[in-house]
Design a protein around this ligand. Structure first.
Ligand code: BGC
Length: 445
């Protein structure tokens, strides 16, 4: 039985997924190719040569997946919309069949008492836009706004709140700086315009969503940064890393300016990408909510070789997930309270939009239960310290296509057999269901 958690009334319980990681059916329903289809086809790009061509076959099995969510008693479901299903070439006419898929999904969720929380961009850019420069091209931000308008005009009557982007930091670093993810470009610091153009796309999309009375959130991958020691060189390196990973994405949104990146030799206008008026657009009148995706803290030391002003240092003596990621639940409390200290009144209500762990194939996943329990206690502690946290969405509902790791990292509350597509709830599924039910029962009293 889950232990009692003291969380505010109205706290929302959810689970998250993303289109390319679960849908499959990449050539159906008029969908165009995305950068992930092209990247995954490159030999050696994804472990075992896997792709998202089938993934969890959610495109066909979504009614079963909605039933699993109903069984959990979720308040909310965070999923993403595949831009190439809506605009197969990233511009121009809307593919009605693509919109119709999400239309049916939204209706089924509402029917199950679950509020949809869609993300408009979770890394699957239409390939045609990559061919004109992807997020390195300013024009992609305007295309994103156009796509957003098409989606919200169809679904906005039933979906009150929207997430514009998922983790612009990870997309920029893995996709454009290091080349580990699609589109597979390794530009190091020359990738920075991809950060600005994603944020500009957020700003343009947010403005038109607000005109339509919709709520706007963004989901950032944030990490509390710990210096390896109190030595000035380690502290300076930690500050530089914090600016790049966290503040580059929260300062412009919440304060209307970019952080100082001079340690990277980068100018305030990110190498000329920032134009007059952009920051005003990005900050707009403020977010309705900040989505926080948390997996682990980062430990940073002074650089060991020239090039970057920091080096990553290992976090010792903590358990690790199958991915090798350190399990540090208190890092989530540290992150949430740190955001409040840093941004004060400028911090909007927070929702944890991702948090979870990969383990092996076992159905009796006690390690996942311990992970989730620990992180929810960290949320409870942050709330007790005064942070306005409105909800928790675990990553993920289903085992799915884990990007460059293919099908090898399983994050689901539900096990998926990728040969038969059979879904089997794990012990963590029952645990989460009981936790949600107990919380709800207490509120009803
Ligand atoms: C992403 C997910 C991913 C998860 C685990 C997040 O960075 O938004 O798509 O599956 O982490 O790696």
């Amino acid at each position: 039985m889950p232990k009692r958690l003291d969380l505010p009334a109205g706290f929302r319980w959810g689970a998250s997924t993303a289109a390319y990681q679960i849908e499959g059916a990449v050539e159906e329903g008029g969908r165009g190719p995305s950068i992930w289809d092209v990247f995954a086809a490159r030999p050696g790009a994804v472990r075992d040569g896997q792709t998202g061509a089938v993934a969890c076959d959610h495109y066909h099995r979504w009614p079963e997946d909605v039933a699993l969510m109903r069984g959990l008693g979720l308040d909310g479901y965070r999923f993403s919309i595949a831009w190439p299903r809506i605009q197969p070439t990233g511009a121009g006419p809307v593919n009605q069949e693509g919109l119709a898929f999400y239309d049916r999904l939204v209706d089924a969720l509402l029917e199950a008492g679950i509020t949809p929380l869609p993300t408009l961009f979770h890394w699957d850019l239409p390939q045609a836009l990559e061919e004109t420069g992807g997020w390195l091209d300013r024009d992609t931000a305007y295309r994103f706004a156009e796509y957003t308008a098409a989606v919200v005009d169809r679904l906005g009557d039933r979906v009150p709140a929207w997430i514009t982007l998922n983790e612009p930091f990870v997309h920029m670093v893995y996709g454009y700086a290091l080349g580990i993810h699609a589109p597979g470009r390794a530009l190091m610091l020359d990738a920075l315009p991809a950060a600005h153009h994603q944020l500009l796309g957020h700003g343009l999309a947010a403005a038109l969503m607000r005109e339509r009375g919709l709520e706007v959130l963004i989901a950032n991958n944030l990490t509390p940064v710990r210096a390896a020691s109190d030595a000035p060189a380690d502290l300076a390196a930690a500050e530089a890393y914090d600016a790049l990973h966290n503040r580059l994405f929260t300062d412009p949104l919440l304060l209307g300016r970019y952080p100082d990146l001079s340690a990277f030799g980068v100018s305030e206008d990110l190498g000329g990408a920032v134009r007059p008026g952009d920051l005003k657009l990005i900050a707009g009148p403020g977010l309705d909510g900040l989505g926080v995706n948390y997996y682990n803290p980062t430990r940073i030391a002074a650089p060991t070789d020239p090039g970057l002003p920091f080096a990553e240092a290992p976090i010792e003596d903590v358990p690790r997930t199958a991915f090798g990621w350190p399990v540090v639940p208190d890092g989530l409390r540290e992150l949430l309270t740190g955001l409040r200290t840093r941004y004060g009144a400028a911090l909007p209500p927070v929702t944890v939009t991702e948090n979870g762990c990969s383990y092996g194939e076992e159905l009796d996943d006690q390690e996942r239960i311990a992970y989730l329990d620990g992180h929810l206690r960290a949320v409870e502690a942050a709330v007790a310290e005064g942070v306005d946290v409105r909800g928790y969405f675990t990553w993920s509902l289903l085992d799915n296509f884990e990007w460059a790791e293919g099908l090898t990292q399983r994050f689901g509350l539900v096990h998926v057999d990728f040969t038969t597509q059979r879904r089997t709830p794990k012990a963590s599924y029952a645990w989460y269901r009981q936790l949600i039910a107990a919380h709800r029962a207490r509120q009803a009293r």
